[in-house]
Ligand binder design. Sequence first.
Ligand SMILES: *Cc1c(COP(=O)(O)O)cnc(C)c1O
Length: 434
Amino acid sequence: MKLYSTKNTAKFVSLKEAVFKGLPEDNGLYMPESLPRLPDSFIKNLKDYSFQDIGFEICKHLFTGAIPENDLREIIENSITFPAPVVSLDDETNILELFHGPSLAFKDFGARFMAQLMSYFNRGDDRELVILVATSGDTGGAVAAGFFKTPGIRVVILYPSGKVSHLQEKQLTTLGENVSAIEVDGTFDDCQALVKKAFLDENLTAKIRLSSANSINIARLIPQSFYYFEAFKQLVDNGRPVVFCVPSGNFGNLTAGLFAKRMGLPIHRFIAATNVNDVVPEYLKSGVYTPRPSVPTLSNAMDVGNPSNFARMLDLYCSTWNNLKEEISGYAFSDEETMAAVREVFEKYNYVIDPHGAVGYLAFRQFQKDNPGNFNGVILETAHPSKFLPDVESILQQKIDVPERLAILANKEKRAKRLGVAYEPFKDWLLNEF
Ligand SMILES: *Cc1c(COP(=O)(O)O)cnc(C)c1O
C-alpha cells in the first residue's frame, strides 16, 4: 500500500511513514493510492462476517503488502473491541450507535486503531514512542483511552486548566499507567504552542522519540469505514436505497463513508448534516467554498469553520462540484431546531438522542421531504447523550441514564502535573520522565 498527499499526487510514502508523520510536509493530507473494490461475495454475504471480520477484510485489500495477515488480524482484534449496533426508530429511520467505546464517542474507533498501528510499526525500535497531544477536551479523552496500555507507547496529554469539563478532565487524568496528563495554567492555544515547540526542539527529539496523534492521521479514518459495512449488514433488506446521514464537523466520518462506497458498499446517497457552521452544505448548494471562523453551538464537536477533511472529499471527486453533489446532500440547522429535535425523538420514539445525532435526525427528515420515494436511512449517533448531560437533561426536563463506564470516573483520583505556559519546565519534565 502507498499513500500520496492531496497536494502532490505523484510522490508516495509507505503506510508506516504516513501513520508516524500524520501530515505531509506540503500540508496536504495523505490519501491511499487506491481504494480497492471489495469482492462482491463479501458485500453480498456481510451477514456471515463479524464486525472484526469486516475490518480484517477491508484492511486485507487496502493494506496489501504493508502488514502480514496474522499481524493484521491481531491489530483488528485489539482495536475493534466494542460494538456498533443499529437501533430502528421506524421502518425508514435507523440510528447507528457509535458511542459504545471508552470515551463514549465514535472517535474511540480511530484512536484505538491508530494506537495499534503505531505500536505495531514501532516494534522493531527499542526506544519508546512518546505521543504528545494538546486537547481542548474531547479528542484527548479518546486518544488517552485509545492508547491506554498499548505496548511501547507513552502518552502525554496537555489540557488547559479549568477550561475542560469536569468529566473530560477525569477522562484525561485518571487512567494512569502509560498515560500522563499535564494541566497547563493557560489556554488551549498555550497547550498547542508547547507541543509544537517540543516537536521543533532538536535537542529534545534527539533524546526522545516524539509523535503526534493528529485528528487528520489516515489511521484514524480507515477504521471509520468499517462501521458503514457493519451498519449495512444489520439493516433489514427492504429493497429501498440506503442513505447514510452524518453529523459533521471536520468531515472525517463522512469521508470514511465515501471510502466505504468506493470500496463497493452500495450506498445510494450521503447526507452532510451540520449546525450553523455550514460551509460544506453551502458549498454543495452554491459550488463556492468559503471557510470562516467557527460559531459556538450546542453540538460543539461540530463547530468547525474550515473542515480539515474537505481536501480529501475534493480529492475523491476530482475537485468537481458536480460529482460531489451527485453523492452528497447538505443541510444545516440552528440550536433551536436541534433542541426541538431532541424533544421530538424522545416523545415520538422514546429514544434519547444527543445534540449531534439530533442534527443528523433533522437532516434526514428534511432529505425525506425533499426527495420522493422511500429510503432505508441510517443516522450516525456520534456520541452518547450523557456526554452532554446538563444540556440534554435541561432540554428533556428529566434525568437520563449515565453508562457505568462514565459514572465510575467520578470516584477516581485525578493525577496531573501542573505547569505554566513556559517551555523550559515542560521540556525538563519530559527529559526527566522519559
Ligand atoms: C468529532 C465529532 C463530530 C464530528 O466528526 P467529524 O468526523 O469531524 O465530522 C460529530 N459528533 C461528535 C460527538 C464528535 O465528537
